[in-house]
Design a binder for this molecule. Structure first.
Ligand code: NAD
Length: 384
């Protein structure tokens, strides 16, 4: 394994450790782009295998391939999807980049600061700043996840999504309800519509209604919406959330398929489909909880990576890492976000952190042995 002697930055790519993670942080295409820009890339052997990227493709792109220890030894910037891929071997010379979920796990960020690591997380990128959009991994991955959520639902549903007319008669199209109409939800709506379903959707942000209609879906009116805050839904008060859950529950029984994608940044996902709503659904109906993960989900009792059939015959799928289930497309998009971020941080010729820059201030969580991101620091100090 040989690395160019005068590379600007050596970017290390690790194989993800989580059993359900098939993505890789950098693809051969993006590696070639980074090498052309003067960086060195070193990839852990087999890192891309589960997304169908072979070691020799990375080598042809100008990257070196080697064992994990070599990647950690040579890499300045270590790219991952989840922090579990990197946690045990970091030193102060490392810059770590991933979807680190700093607002949900601030203690992990405190440990990274103690280790002297510079941690950059895509989760806290200021997404509405236009120069940040090429780095928006939340959007690229949510888009893949929403697409897959609709496919998972169609696959589990025992009927057709489209209306079909045959010599034996006509079948009705499936009725699909999408809860949460952000990036993932809109992609789920579009995909379910392309498959021929009749789609209705709800989002608590009032501004989402026009997005839903623009995709040809109907808006479920439950009489509860809030103004967006910086483009996002705010966390509802306990009373508001209880009222919303109640009203959504009353509607859920009308649908063959429910897909949920509701999230509040830095908070556990809101409960939208309680046990009571599942009982109102007919046997054979399907619920895909696209928000199910380590920090909860939108459907009562759903668990990431698990499918259960309720006593009344409703299939509840805790979808878990949906983007990971389309690993080639998701990795390709993520790798482009990584390459854009590297270009942004190395504009001056070498890697430089500038916390006066709005985009960098959003991305940088730890630096110089400190947690520097204000929202993460507030969580650690108990002032948020
Ligand atoms: P997200 O993943 O945080 O949340 C998904 C959706 O869940 C959101 O639309 C949110 O309103 C909704 N939600 C939250 N609580 C809910 C509840 N109790 N009931 C129903 N729905 C609930 O959000 P996201 O998809 O990443 O994006 C949110 C918004 O930001 C969207 O409007 C999106 O278009 C916008 N956005 C803008 C840019 C940009 O300007 N470049 C980039 C990305 C996203």
């Amino acid at each position: 394994m040989t690395l160019p002697p005068h590379a600007t930055l050596t970017i290390g790519v690790l194989r993800e450790q989580a059993a359900d993670e098939q993505r890789v942080g950098l693809t051969p295409d993006s590696a070639a782009r980074l090498v052309a820009a003067g960086h060195a890339v070193v990839v852990e052997s087999g890192a891309g295998a589960r997304a169908w990227f072979r070691d020799d493709e990375y080598e042809s792109a100008g990257a070196a391939v080697g064992p994990r220890a070599t990647v950690l030894d040579a890499g300045d910037l270590v790219v991952c999807l989840h922090p579990s891929a990197v946690l045990h071997a970091l030193s102060p010379r490392h810059i770590v980049l991933g979807l680190l979920q700093p607002l949900l796990d601030p203690q992990l960020m405190a440990r990274m600061a103690e280790a002297g690591v510079t941690a950059l997380s895509f989760d806290t990128l200021p997404r509405t700043v236009s120069r940040a959009q090429s780095m928006d991994a939340l959007t690229s991955q949510a888009s893949v996840a929403g697409y897959k959520a609709a496919l998972v639902a169609a696959d589990a549903y025992g009927g057709f999504f489209p209306m079909l007319t045959t010599a034996a008669g006509t079948t009705k199209p499936a009725t699909v309800l999408v809860l949460g109409a952000g990036v993932a939800g809109l992609q789920a709506i579009a995909t379910a519509r392309r498959l021929g379903a009749v789609v209705t959707a709800f989002d608590v942000r009032d501004s989402a209604q026009s997005d839903i209609r623009s995709l040809g879906a109907q808006v479920l009116d439950v009489g509860v919406t809030v103004q967006s805050e910086g483009g996002y839904a705010r966390q509802l008060t306990a009373e508001e959330q209880a009222e919303l859950t109640d009203r959504v529950a009353d509607s859920v029984g009308r649908f063959d398929v429910v897909i949920t994608t509701a999230q509040v940044p830095g908070r556990p996902p809101p409960l939208l489909v309680p046990e009571r709503a599942l009982q109102l659904m007919h046997p054979g109906s399907v619920v895909v909880d696209g928000a199910a993960g380590d920090f909860g989900g939108n459907v009562e009792g759903s668990k990431a990576g698990h499918t259960v059939v309720t006593p009344s015959g409703v299939t509840v799928i805790g979808a878990g890492a949906l983007a990971s289930q389309v690993p080639r497309a998701a990795s390709t998009a993520y790798a482009r976000n990584v390459a854009a971020l590297v270009a942004y941080f190395t504009r001056s010729g070498s890697f430089a952190v500038d916390l006066d820059d709005e985009v960098q201030a959003g991305l940088v969580i730890t630096h110089g042995g400190r947690v520097v991101h204000p929202a993460v620091r507030a969580l650690l100090e108990g002032t948020s």
